[in-house]
Write a protein that binds this ligand. Structure first.
Ligand SMILES: Cc1cc2nc3c(=O)[nH]c(=O)nc-3n(C[C@H](O)[C@H](O)[C@H](O)COP(=O)(O)O)c2cc1C
Length: 440
């Protein structure tokens, strides 16, 4: 009798916001034309995946008027792409990243419900608070919200959307909270899944609480085995605190892939992908987060800057993901010693440090590793990030997915008319009521 495995879930991430995309590869297609998105969706649906995922960068990153090659110039808006994909796909979920800081609830609720209705219950919202202060320049307020306020607003936004989504067609509801005062009439019916699936991608305590209290999936950055298990344990405790079942929150860390006929070939490929992903400007961008300041003029292929990191400022909007200034200075000093001993450039270090967690090996090795991680609850599957657009995941779908299916760890076909929440196999979290502040 075959072994019983926990069921694996996959999301397919169309890259383009951040460093994963390899622009220079001769096989890379357009990042902009709809045909790329259509082909990408077709591959993900052939792989029977739960959903397609689009990130969001509302403002392109630039330095001295030059746009960094981390971001795509020319990409259409997320909800428009996903709505178009709803027409050319049948089963797969469609998840878009939309910020709680720079949107208003009535409009956001309508956009997401429209996608949910058009796709017959396949929509999802990746709830982000936006880390980059420079995004504020696009908006009337022209500034970013301080960190704790971003999370208060995020919880209010989720509660407000739930209240709006629970309002019957033609019924009117009033939002009255710290950030939102509005009266709106429901203009759309509910989709078969009731309300869109919620995804969240933040690692702080505040971000984790938002996830445990409200959402269906966490798009995590903890893609290694031990850190994944630790993250799962932490979220399990938070879920219990909020009275939720652990199985109702799926964790799908971002992961890149390097597949080879032999392990050696896969390792070589992983190294080549990493180098191509971390271009000189990308290396500088990463290192600016460590130094907490702009590094324009620094040669990525030269030695490390001889000045020390500084605390991040509100103006740069760089979050201290990499520790406070003392921790980052200690890290830089350690790198200086290594760089001198081994002749490593700033970019060599960025390639080593910045590379996303990867699954590297033969198709059998990768399948074994995915099954092990899901069975041992380091995650529930992965958000797969191909290195090349749009065909980067085709090899995974054709060579790894069939092994997972043979071993009974992954679905072989979509259930008829399933909503995205049914594909995930989870129950929605109870709504968190919008709190009205006391007013004098
Ligand atoms: C894996 C991952 C993906 C993310 N994707 C986006 C994104 O596409 N757009 C965005 O504005 N923020 C994105 N973020 C940033 C988060 O929304 C959040 O603002 C950031 O992680 C800081 O939150 P934290 O303090 O809870 O970690 C992402 C974060 C993670 C960890």
């Amino acid at each position: 009798m075959s072994e019983q495995h926990r069921q694996i879930h996959f999301a397919a991430h169309f890259p383009g916001v951040n460093q994963q995309t390899i622009w220079s590869d001769p096989n890379a297609g357009s990042q902009i034309e709809f045909e790329s998105f259509r082909r990408f969706a077709e591959i993900a649906e052939r792989g029977v995946m739960d959903y397609i995922f689009l990130a969001e960068g509302l403002r392109l990153r630039e330095r001295n008027g030059e746009i960094l090659d981390l971001d795509v110039l020319g990409r259409p808006n997320t909800v428009s792409i996903l709505s178009a994909l709803a027409a050319v796909t049948k089963h797969i979920g469609l998840v878009g990243t939309l910020t709680t800081t720079y949107n208003e609830p009535v409009d956001l609720a309508r956009q997401l419900r429209s996608l949910d209705v058009l796709s017959n219950g396949r929509a999802g919202w990746n709830v982000v608070t936006t880390t980059n202060a420079f995004t504020g320049a696009n908006f009337r307020k022209g500034d970013h919200l301080p960190y704790p306020e971003r999370y208060l607003r995020a919880q209010e936004m989720i509660s407000a959307l739930e209240q709006l989504w629970e309002t019957e067609l033609g019924e009117t509801t009033t939002l009255d909270s710290r950030y939102f005062q509005a009266t709106a009439t429901q203009t759309l019916p509910a989709s078969p899944q009731g309300r869109p699936v919620l995804v969240q991608a933040g690692a702080s305590g505040e971000g984790r609480d938002i996830a445990a209290r409200n959402v269906d999936v966490v798009f995590s950055m903890f893609g290694e085995f031990a850190e994944g298990q630790k993250f799962r344990t932490d979220l399990d405790e938070r879920l219990e605190h909020f009275g939720r079942n652990a199985e109702d929150l799926k964790i799908l860390p971002a992961i890149t892939l390097a597949i080879g006929d032999t392990e050696a070939e896969a390792q070589e490929r992983a190294q080549a992908i990493r180098h191509a992903q971390v271009s000189g400007p990308n290396a500088i961008y990463f290192m600016e987060q460590i130094w907490g300041r702009e590094l324009g003029g620094v040669d990525p292929d030269g030695p490390l800057p001889d000045f020390d990191p500084v605390p991040p400022t509100h103006a740069t909007g760089r979050v201290p993901h990499y520790g406070d200034v003392e921790e980052r200075t200690a890290l830089v000093n350690q790198w200086r010693a290594e760089s001198e001993a081994k002749g490593l450039s700033l970019r060599d270090l960025a390639v080593r440090e910045y590379g996303r967690p990867s699954l590297v090996g033969t198709p059998e090795q990768i399948a074994d590793e995915i099954i092990r991680r899901v069975d041992e609850r380091a995650c529930d599957g992965f958000t797969l990030v191909g290195d090349i657009v749009p065909d980067g995941l085709a090899e995974f779908v054709d060579r790894v997915v069939p092994i997972l299916q043979e071993r009974g760890a992954y679905r072989t076909e979509y259930p008829e008319n399933a909503t995205l929440r049914e594909l995930l196999g989870s129950a929605a979290a109870p709504s968190v009521p919008l709190e009205t502040p006391e007013r004098v």
